[in-house]
Structures are given as C-alpha cells and as structure tokens.
Design a protein around this ligand. Sequence first.
Ligand SMILES: *[C@@H]1O[C@H](CO)[C@@H](O)[C@H](O)[C@H]1NC(C)=O
Ligand SMILES: *[C@@H]1O[C@H](CO)[C@@H](O)[C@H](O)[C@H]1NC(C)=O
Ligand SMILES: *[C@@H]1O[C@H](CO)[C@@H](O)[C@H](O)[C@H]1NC(C)=O
Ligand SMILES: *[C@@H]1O[C@H](CO)[C@@H](O)[C@H](O)[C@H]1NC(C)=O
Ligand SMILES: *[C@@H]1O[C@H](CO)[C@@H](O)[C@H](O)[C@H]1NC(C)=O
Ligand SMILES: *[C@@H]1O[C@H](CO)[C@@H](O)[C@H](O)[C@H]1NC(C)=O
Length: 338
Amino acid sequence: MIRSAVTAAVLALPLAASAVHQDAALRRRHAGLAHSPTYMRRASNYTLQNKFVGEDFLYVASNWNFFSESDPTSGLVQYLDADAAEAAGLATVDCNNVTTLAVDTNETVSIGGLRKSVRISSPETYNSGLFIADFQAMPFGCGLWPAYWTVSASATWPDGGEIDIIEGVNLNTENQITLHSGPDCTLNNTQKVTSNLDGTQCASSPGADSGCAYSQTDPRSFGAGFNNASGGVFAHLWNTDGVTVWFFSRDEIPSDITAGTPDPTSWGTPAAIFPDTGCDISSHFYDHAIVLDTTICGDWAGPAYTSSGCPGTCEEIVANATNFENAKWLVNYISVYQ
Ligand SMILES: *[C@@H]1O[C@H](CO)[C@@H](O)[C@H](O)[C@H]1NC(C)=O
Ligand SMILES: *[C@@H]1O[C@H](CO)[C@@H](O)[C@H](O)[C@H]1NC(C)=O
Ligand SMILES: *[C@@H]1O[C@H](CO)[C@@H](O)[C@H](O)[C@H]1NC(C)=O
Ligand SMILES: *[C@@H]1O[C@H](CO)[C@@H](O)[C@H](O)[C@H]1NC(C)=O
Ligand SMILES: *[C@@H]1O[C@H](CO)[C@@H](O)[C@H](O)[C@H]1NC(C)=O
Ligand SMILES: *[C@@H]1O[C@H](CO)[C@@H](O)[C@H](O)[C@H]1NC(C)=O
C-alpha cells in the first residue's frame, strides 16, 4: 500500500544550531579515517565516515537530535526530548551496545490521547553514501508506524527529497521502500529487483504525495517476520547513479558487511533500484539527515487500521499500555561509508 495524500508529508527536521559544531567535531574525529595513507592496501572501495553504535550512538559524541514537536504525520504520539526519553527509559543502550528506542508501556492514555515515543535524527547530513543499518528488531503491532528514513534538513519538503528504507503499518508483513521528491522525478527501472513495483511518480505533485515505491516480498523484511528472524541489515547506496537498496535477513548478512569492508557489487539482486534515468538524483535529494522514529495511528496507520485486521479503533489501542510491549527498535549499529 502506498500512503495516500498528505500522509506522506513527513516534514524536514530543523537541525539544532549546535549541529554545526557537532559536525565539525565529528569531522575531526573521523579525519584519520578519511585520510588513510594511500600506500595501504585498499580493503574496500568505501571509507567509513560514521559508525553509530552503543553509548556513542545516543549520548556521548554523536548526539543525535531528539525531535520533540508534535508529529508532522498526525500520529497519537508525544515525542520526548533526549533528557525526558532517557528518564522514561525510552532511549537506552545495554552492555552489548544494543540501542533501544521504545514506545511507553507504562502509562494509561485517554482515548484519543498521545503515547510517549521517540524520533531521532542524525547530527550530520549527507549528499551520498553507502548506508548500512543493522537492526535486531523493529516496532510491530496494531496502530504502529515505524520508519527508518532520510530527509533533507535544509529544504522544505518535498524539495530536497525523502528516502524511506523501512516503513510499514499495523500488521503489515512486507516492507515498503519509497522515494518522495520535488517536481520532475519518476521511477524508471529496467533492472532486476526482488520487490514489487507500487508506483512510479516520485514527485509529490502531481503524485498526490504517494511517492514512487516498492513492496518487498520477503516476509522477513518487516514486522513479526523481521523480528522472528532476529532482524537483519538494510543497506542502501545513494550516489549520482541513483538509490539502490538491499535487504539481508540475519542469517544472510554478507561477511564483507560484518567485516566493515562492504562491496555492494557482490550482494546480488537488490530489493529496490531507483535509477537516475527517470530522475536527476543529485538535484532532487540532498542534505539528508538519517531519521528513526515510531509513530502510532496518524496519517497512514490510522486509516489503514481496520483493514489491517486490528481490533477496535486505533485511538483505543493507544490507550492501553500493554499493547506496546513489542514497540521497540533494537539497533545494533548504523554505518555510513563514502
Ligand atoms: C510510569 O507511570 C507513572 C504514572 O503514570 C509515573 O509516575 C512514572 O514516572 C512512570 N515511569 C516511567 C519509567 O516512565
Ligand atoms: C561498544 O562500542 C564501543 C564503541 O562505541 C566499543 O569500543 C566497545 O568495544 C563495544 N562494546 C561491545 C561489548 O561490543
Ligand atoms: C520464525 O522463524 C522460524 C525459523 O527461525 C521459522 O521456522 C518460522 O516459520 C518463523 N515464524 C514466523 C511467524 O515468521
Ligand atoms: C571495487 O569496485 C570494483 C568496480 O565496481 C569491483 O569490481 C570490486 O569488486 C570492488 N572491490 C571491493 C573490494 O569492494
Ligand atoms: C528509462 O531508462 C532507460 C534506460 O534504462 C532509457 O532508455 C529510457 O529512455 C528511460 N525512459 C524514461 C522515460 O526516462
Ligand atoms: C489492554 O489490552 C490487553 C491486550 O490487548 C487486554 O487484555 C486488556 O483487557 C486491555 N485493557 C483494557 C483496560 O482495555
């Protein structure tokens, strides 16, 4: 299913002014990596720019931005800032470096009220890269709408574009991969992919904000099936040739990914390809922050709630804290290579 009108309007995140300083600090921190001596044998065509993992991910050096405004997609969530999320135990790191981003399972909410959740965005922005995200689990269940995506931090949506790598609602069993953009951008793919094509109009206008999209066919790509398989890796390569996405269930993660020397040419048929043939990728997608969030109901999970086979109404499901035990992102790491 493609999100219907307005529903896709996930607004660009204003990055805190301090992000500029964090950027500089990060660049200094990674300068050694960026300028490794050329006489070294090149183990990979890609150089690590950022690896977000463990304490380093949330609190210490990298300082992801916690978005705490009302949900631009009308979800019944109250996004917490970093201090509140930490105090409520909704953003934690365990001794194995697994980062948990959870929805509140403690409070009873009135019908139509908001449940606490988190939405975080990366301190740095990107104009290309090879992004590798390893999750052990994603939020799953009636009312939930989790997403792992990137969006322009400098332009006003849909300009600057949005790349949705993981997204789905309620009891969906397949992941949807979507691009949203400003005018004159379509999906024109002739290469083999493992997903079904959902729509080819990436531009919000005249595309009514639906985006160009693929639905994966592997039930391990989303929700219960993803979690049952202990998750896996979503990797995407974004460059001037387009955006190409691969999915590897836990048992199938290539050893070059685990070793930190990724070689996409060895990864086989992608889940999705958005080539530059129907869209000038660089002028439509730029200055992207990485975003990870969990909303509830809202513009997509709300209208799709009943047809998903969920009980009662979406507002009722939000009220009951016991419904959100599985509403957790378990993040092993997110790496960005250039
Ligand atoms: C759980 O809820 C109670 C009352 O609603 C509140 O006082 C308490 O701080 C909450 N605990 C957490 C960890 O959020
Ligand atoms: C956790 O990550 C840090 C880097 O942020 C690393 O130094 C440490 O060895 C990791 N610990 C475990 C248990 O993997
Ligand atoms: C859970 O995973 C096991 C294999 O690890 C598989 O046999 C089973 O069918 C899966 N169940 C669901 C509901 O995906
Ligand atoms: C580097 O890229 C070339 C050309 O795309 C490819 O043939 C080769 O396998 C890559 N090597 C590694 C180590 O990634
Ligand atoms: C679609 O891509 C193919 C090459 O893959 C190209 O020949 C064709 O002109 C493109 N069509 C449009 C409408 O851009
Ligand atoms: C909350 O949800 C659980 C499981 O969905 C259900 O068993 C319980 O009766 C519900 N409680 C209320 C007060 O609705």
